[in-house]
Each structure stands twice: as structure tokens, then as C-alpha cells.
Write a protein that binds this ligand. Structure first.
Ligand SMILES: Nc1nc2c(c(=O)[nH]1)N[C@H]1C(S)=C(S)[C@@H](COP(=O)(O)OP(=O)(O)OC[C@H]3O[C@@H](n4cnc5c(=O)[nH]c(N)nc54)[C@H](O)[C@@H]3O)O[C@H]1N2
Ligand SMILES: Nc1nc2c(c(=O)[nH]1)N[C@H]1C(S)=C(S)[C@@H](COP(=O)(O)OP(=O)(O)OC[C@H]3O[C@@H](n4cnc5c(=O)[nH]c(N)nc54)[C@H](O)[C@@H]3O)O[C@H]1N2
Ligand code: SF4
Ligand SMILES: [Mo]
Length: 698
């Protein structure tokens, strides 16, 4: 019997926790968090533990396929890797000959393992790389940039040392990142206070010392009132404000009308409660961590909500502080060299991005772009046509609104390729499916986690691929070869890793003992006087010149959200501990735990509709009516209904997930056009559905 321990990285969700697998005779016997990783210390979540079920699942793409017949028709031809890759490369060359390389768009899911395919895009000469973030955290990112000049990852969430944590639109105990869960739990055991602001009572709310159930869409009003109270009652850190704010006076003037009494009418939160809570919060300064939000692509003012969160943190001196939002450290902050980048092998294409990020919209960061704007450009061919599309680790037909409309847009493409380890609506609609090995069966490029103590980490292959699937670097290396990009052709993963490690002083063997290479001895907090903001003034700016130059306010007057008509509800959504987005519903282990989503509906509203708990209800909008079971509860705001996102699969290849639950994104007509104009992210929750008791309830 051969036994081994392999350090790797979980791939069941975007948190990418370091893990350790135990393997006997080529089979995984145990999966756990990497015991050496700070904050992880052996823990894993339910989805991470279901990684073995993913590799054992036959209901995933097992070999490369090229479509026969209509897009979405499901008539697949099994082909060899050579045939599939030749097909893609030949098509790309044909399309480039007519429309130029800029006519290729690739979208992905972001994250630390992007260097290879981004280098490929540069190599072929297209600027059109977008990640999914316009459907996730783009408003948060742009909010950070607009106030501090650096992005949301320019600071660390120092939950471990926090004295008061505020979660607003953030369900940390169910939308999981293992380290965050562990660190907040530890902090709370040491007396850290938790406040949750949500429209429904979640697991996080159940653990909180204070829970504010706000009217959906009024968080910006809540936050404006908090700023008003902080300033009026002089609860801010005056010294910090004097040293680090450029234009505090502008904020002071703007905030005057937004009193707690004013906000009460919007949010439903009594003014007195808000005021006494703000006092309690301020006592913990500067070890305050008001989480700026993660999935904050919800409303037309979500960008402004995130901005106010950053401003509140700054007023309370927590930006740069231990227990708040200290500055992140990169390898250079420990006098270490970062990984050598594959992207640097090629010049940045000089062509303008098709989505307009960085030029037509100078306030949108150009690196990761804006996927929904790129889709609009496919439709309009303005500023130029996109004819080839690679969806790499991305399922926009589940993750962006109005999939029928998106399919019409994709029909304008001459080539659509999916690179994925599971079936998805997008893969099903593609011309070619290039199946990736699930994370336990593959290696990736080495990546760096910037942190208080940054480290390099490595995803090693835990077991051999069981089907005819490949690693992502192998797929892009093979495509690069066919496209004449010799510098990206690597024979072995060791060659690739050695390339990345060149000049860093780190060797592949250095990962053997713990799976990680720490870049220093101890976490480093950079002292407050050292704080340098990357804004033009070097200070925290309330007025952002780029926004203003686009006719967008930096300090936007509040607009009250339109409420639902009678019999209608605002459609809201989020995560649960047992599933990741749309891609785990068919996982045998997780499906067994939670086979479908249910519709949370307020008990008083349900009563008006004659709906009882567990009744089937019809949910309608956008020409769709779908059935789902009702969860009747007093724990959700009456204006909203809520579902866990990711259900409602309709693919015949997914026998378990098929037809179970409801897909929220179908009920969002024209949703890619409804976005926060300043932050750029899709406003997913600006849609209403009608709900009625379904015929056929017994
Ligand atoms: N209506 C609505 N829309 C939403 C959301 C919502 O709650 N409601 N949530 C939003 C959020 S927060 C996000 S982040 C996006 C997520 O949207 P996506 O990024 O599209 O979601 P995922 O399901 O994580 O991954 C997409 C596909 O990539 C495949 N995949 C996953 N991991 C890997 C990998 O490591 N390699 C490869 N090659 N493939 C992989 C999966 O099998 C899946 O088919 O959706 C957003 N859209
Ligand atoms: N288990 C699990 N963990 C995950 C993921 C997963 O799919 N599954 N996905 C990962 C990803 S990609 C992301 S982006 C994060 C997302 O992490 P979060 O953003 O924390 O997750 P969500 O559940 O989308 O949203 C959080 C809360 O927002 C609330 N909410 C909805 N509307 C409003 C509103 O108007 N006001 C307020 N105050 N609250 C509102 C919802 O009720 C929900 O409880 O989770 C990550 N972790
Ligand atoms: S939070 Fe869970 S699913 Fe996500 S990477 Fe960590 S262990 Fe895996
Ligand atoms: Mo996300």
C-alpha cells in the first residue's frame, strides 16, 4: 500500500483555501485544510469536503467535444484533443484573418491562476480579457479605487484582531471563506462585537450582537445617516482625518441633510437605535472592520454604498489599523521578488478594449474590464466586432441576467469555446467543450497571496485524471503552440514552475513540506504615518476627479428605491453554505444535502396570498413562470423574496440537478443594461416578480 500527503488548493469555490489530501493507492482517503496555513489550520467547508464526489462524478465532460447541429442542441461529437485544439486554432486564425486578433474575447472567473491565459491573450494580440467581476465585486473594487486610489485588495480584512465587525450585504458564515469564518469566530470568542445589516435573518445575523433588518435597497441611506451621526457627534478620529483626508469639508457639507431621523423613513431602522449603535461602534475604533461587501452587484447605487463603507472605516481610523483594514503586503514589502510573469513575455496590445473600460469609461479599471459591456459590444459591433469567445471557468448563462438575450448575442459569434470541469449552460451552448481536470486532478501555475504575511502557494495534482481531461496550462500551452506562441510552450509543469520562480530565490522543493512558501517571518502592520494613498493627492479623497469628469457625482444625493407593486416582490438572492454558485448542484454529495432552492417569503405577505409553508408557488416575470416551494418566515423583509442562487438547471446531462428549483437570472429582463453607472456592476436586484399559489397544491 502506498500512502502520501499532498498539499494543494481547494477549487470548490473562489476562496481557494490551501488544503492537504491524504491518498492511498491513487484514491483520496481524506481531505482537510492545510494545517500550516494561517487561519485555516486544518479546516475545510462542506463544499471543500465534497471535492472527491466531483472527481468521481461521471456527469461531467469527460473528453473534448465539438458540436453538431444547432447551438444548444446537445448533439456532441467526441473528438481527440488534437482535433479539438486544431479546430479552435484554425478557427481563430480564420477569424483573425478577417477581423484581426482583437475580435477574440476571453472571460474568466478571476483569481490567482490567470497568468497563463492572460499571457496567451497578449501573445495573440487581443486586449479583450474580462473577468466575471461585473457580476460580483466590481462596485467594491471601484469604490476602493475612488477613495484610496488602490483597489479592494489593497487592504486586508484583519478579522482576527477586530473589536467590532459590521457585515452589510455580507453573510460571512454562509458565504464562506474558511479563514474568515475561523478568524471572526476566534475574535468573537475574545469579545469582538458583530453587527449584521441584511434584509433577512441569516446564520450570520443569528450570531450577531446587533441585527438591523433594512428595507431592501436602502443601505446607502443607512450609511449616510451613520456618517451624519459620526460627524455631528464628533465620533471620528480627528487626528486621522486631519492627516489623511484631502477634502473632509466636502463630506461634512454633503452629509448634513441625511440625519438618522431622515434615514428611519427609508430604512425602517429607528433613529435612536442607530444613534446609540454608532456610539457603541465608535468606541471600538480603530479596530473596526466594516466589511465593504463582496457580492455587491445589487442596486443602481451599490457602488455608493461601498464607498460610504470605506469612508466610515476611514473616519474611524480603521484603514491602516490592526483589527481594521490594514494595508496589504506584497513580496516587495518583505524585500522579496515576486513571481516572474508570463504576461510580461508579450507587449500589452495597443488596441482599445471593446468594453470601453479605461477609455470610453475612464472610471472603470481596464485590467479586468466589464463582461456585460463586452457582451453589449458583441451585439452592437461597436467599437468593433467580436467573433470568437472563450468562456474559461465561467458560466455567464447562469451568472449574468437574462440568458435568452445573452444567447441571441452569442449567436453573432463564429466561435464559442468553453473550458470547464463541469457542465454548465454556457458549455452546453458552446461550439467546443475543452474539459479541464477538476482541481484535485490538476496542477496550476504557482500563485502569490498578498497578505499581512504574503506567501506563494502551489496547486499540486492529488490524483491522476480519471477521464480524458487536461490542466488549464496544458490546454493553453497546446493552443499557444498552434498559434505560433513558442514562449508559452512548456513540456512539463516543472518547466513552467521553474520559469515562474526564476530570480525569486525559491525552488519547487521549498513547497514540499507545507505547500506554502512564506515570504517573511511575521505579519507586518505598516504604521499609520507610513500610509500612502494612491490618489492624485496621496490622501483619502471624497471627491474623485475621474468620476466628476464623467458627469458622475462622487457624493451622490440619495434616491429612494421604488418599492414593489401590490402582489409583487423584489427578487433577492445569495449563497448557502452547501453550494457554490451554479456549479455544485449536481455534485452527488452536495445535491443529497440540498437538492433545490426554496423561495423565502414574509409570513404576512404569504398569508395575503393564501400561501402556506412548503406550498408550491408560481414565480413570474420576463415571460417566465416557474414553480418553487415557499419558505414562509417572519425573518425576511416583506418587500422581498429570496432564493439561493445557482439552481434551476435544465441540462439533460445533469440527471440530479435537472429541473430542481428556480434560476433567478431568468427573471431579470434586460439586466445587462441595468448597472451602477459609476461602479459598473450589474444591478441584479432591480427586478420584481409576482408570486402566487400554484395550482396543484394538495
Ligand atoms: N442572479 C444571480 N447572478 C449571479 C449571482 C447571484 O447570486 N445571482 N452571483 C454572482 C457572483 S457573486 C459570481 S462570483 C458569479 C459567478 O459566476 P461564474 O463565475 O460563472 O460561476 P461558477 O459557477 O463559480 O463558475 C463557472 C463555471 O466555471 C466552472 N469552474 C469552476 N471552477 C473552475 C475551475 O477551477 N476551472 C475551470 N476551468 N472551470 C471551473 C464551473 O464548472 C462553472 O461551470 O455569478 C454572479 N451572478
Ligand atoms: N458557500 C458559499 N460560499 C461562497 C460562495 C458560494 O457560492 N457558496 N461564493 C463566493 C463568492 S463568489 C462570493 S461573491 C461571496 C459572496 O458573499 P456575500 O456577499 O456575503 O454573499 P451573498 O449570500 O450573496 O449576500 C450576502 C447577503 O446579502 C443580503 N442582501 C440582499 N439584499 C440586500 C440588501 O438590499 N441589503 C442588505 N443589507 N443585504 C442584502 C442577502 O440576504 C445575503 O444574506 O461568497 C463566496 N463564498
Ligand atoms: S471556502 Fe470551502 S469550497 Fe471554498 S475554497 Fe475553501 S474549503 Fe473550498
Ligand atoms: Mo462572487
Amino acid at each position: 500500500m502506498t500512502e502520501k500527503k499532498v498539499f494543494s488548493v481547494c477549487g470548490m469555490c473562489t476562496a481557494r483555501c490551501p488544503i492537504m489530501a491524504e491518498v492511498e493507492n491513487g484514491e483520496i482517503t481524506f481531505l482537510q485544510g492545510n494545517p500550516h496555513a494561517a487561519g485555516i489550520e486544518g479546516s475545510i467547508c462542506a463544499r471543500g469536503a465534497a471535492g472527491t464526489a466531483l472527481i468521481n462524478d461521471r456527469e461531467r465532460p469527460q473528453y473534448p467535444m465539438i458540436r453538431n447541429g444547432e447551438r444548444g442542441g446537445g448533439d456532441w461529437r467526441k473528438v481527440s484533443w488534437d482535433e479539438a485544439l486544431d479546430y479552435v486554432a484554425d478557427k481563430l486564425k480564420e477569424i483573425f484573418a478577417e477581423h484581426g486578433p482583437r475580435s477574440l474575447l476571453l472571460t474568466d472567473r478571476g483569481g490567482p491562476f490567470r497568468d497563463f491565459h492572460r499571457a496567451f491573450l497578449r501573445g495573440v494580440g487581443t486586449p479583450n480579457y474580462c473577468n466575471h467581476d461585473g457580476s460580483c465585486a466590481r462596485n467594491v473594487q471601484h469604490a476602493a479605487l475612488s477613495v484610496f486610489g488602490f483597489g479592494r485588495k489593497g487592504v486586508v480584512y484583519d478579522l482576527k484582531n477586530a473589536k467590532h465587525v459590521v457585515l452589510q450585504t455580507r453573510n460571512l458564515f454562509e458565504a464562506i471563506n474558511v479563514r474568515e469564518v475561523n478568524e471572526l469566530t476566534d475574535a468573537m470568542e475574545k469579545g469582538c462585537k458583530l453587527t449584521v445589516i441584511d434584509i433577512r435573518s441569516t446564520v450570520s445575523a443569528a450570531k450577531a450582537h446587533h441585527f438591523f433588518q433594512v428595507r431592501p435597497g436602502t443601505d446607502y441611506a443607512f450609511n449616510l445617516a451613520v456618517i451624519n451621526e459620526i460627524i455631528n457627534s464628533k465620533l471620528y478620529d480627528a487626528d486621522y482625518v486631519r492627516r489623511h483626508f484631502k477634502d473632509f469639508n466636502e463630506l461634512e457639507t454633503f452629509i448634513k441633510p441625511y440625519t438618522p431621523e431622515w434615514a428611519e423613513k427609508e430604512t425602517g431602522i429607528p433613529a435612536d437605535r442607530l444613534k446609540s449603535w454608532v456610539r457603541e461602534l465608535a468606541k471600538a475604533k480603530p479596530a473596526i472592520l466594516w466589511h465593504p461587501g463582496w457580492m455587491n452587484a445589487r442596486y443602481k447605487d451599490s457602488f455608493y454604498m461601498s464607498r460610504t463603507i470605506y469612508i466610515i472605516n476611514a473616519l474611524l481610523g480603521s484603514v491602516g489599523a490592526k483589527g481594521g483594514l490594514p494595508l496589504v503586503n506584497k513580496p516587495g514589502d518583505f524585500d522579496r521578488k515576486g513571481l516572474k510573469k508570463l504576461m510580461d513575455l508579450y507587449e500589452k496590445p495597443s488596441e482599445k478594449r471593446v468594453d470601453g473600460a479605461g477609455w470610453k469609461y475612464p472610471h472603470f479599471e481596464s485590467g479586468p474590464g466589464m463582461t456585460h459591456l463586452a457582451y453589449k459590444a458583441i451585439e452592437s459591433e461597436d467599437p468593433y466586432p467580436i467573433k470568437a469567445y472563450i468562456a474559461y471557468r465561467h458560466d455567464p448563462l447562469m451568472g449574468f441576467p437574462d440568458p435568452d438575450h445573452l444567447k441571441q448575442i452569442f449567436d453573432k459569434l463564429d466561435l464559442m469555446v468553453s473550458i470547464t470541469f463541469s457542465w454548465s449552460d454556457t458549455a452546453w451552448y458552446s461550439d467546443v467543450v475543452l474539459p479541464m481536470s477538476p482541481y484535485l486532478e490538476r496542477q496550476c501555475v504557482i500563485a502569490t497571496k498578498n497578505d499581512l504575511l504574503p506567501y506563494h502557494f502551489i496547486r499540486r495534482q492529488v490524483v491522476e485524471p480519471r477521464y480524458d481531461t487536461k490542466c488549464d496550462w496544458e490546454i493553453f500551452s497546446a493552443l499557444a503552440k498552434r498559434m505560433g506562441l513558442d514562449k508559452l510552450v512548456f513540456e512539463t509543469v516543472e518547466d513552467l514552475w521553474n520559469f515562474q520562480l526564476e530570480g525569486t530565490g525559491v525552488k519547487i522543493e521549498d513547497f514540499d513540506d507545507t505547500g506554502l512558501v512564506l515570504l517573511g517571518d511575521e505579519p507586518k502592520y505598516r504604521a499609520v504615518p507610513e500610509l500612502k494613498f494612491k490618489t492624485p493627492s496621496g490622501k483619502i479623497e471624497m471627491i474623485n476627479d475621474t468620476l466628476e469628469s464623467q458627469g458622475l457625482s462622487s457624493l451622490k444625493p440619495y434616491e429612494s428605491p421604488v418599492g414593489p407593486e401590490t402582489g409583487k416582490f423584489r427578487l433577492t438572492f445569495g449563497r448557502c453554505g452547501l453550494h457554490t454558485q451554479g456549479h455544485t448542484v449536481n455534485n452527488p454529495m452536495l445535491f443529497e444535502q440540498m437538492p433545490e432552492n426554496v423561495l423565502w417569503i414574509n409570513d404576512k405577505e404569504a398569508k395575503k396570498l393564501g400561501v402556506e409553508n412548503n406550498d408550491l408557488v408560481d414565480v413570474s416575470n420576463n415571460g417566465y413562470t416557474e414553480q418553487i416551494r415557499a419558505k414562509v418566515t417572519d425573518q425576511i423583509h416583506p418587500e422581498a423574496v429570496f432564493v439561493v442562487h445557482g439552481f434551476g438547471h435544465q441540462l439533460p446531462v445533469e440527471s440530479r440537478a435537472f429541473g430542481r428549483g428556480l434560476a433567478d437570472n431568468k427573471f431579470m429582463p434586460g439586466g445587462c443594461d441595468i448597472y451602477d453607472k459609476a461602479g459598473g456592476a450589474v444591478a441584479f436586484q432591480e427586478h420584481f416578480v409576482s408570486v402566487k399559489k400554484a395550482a396543484g397544491n394538495v
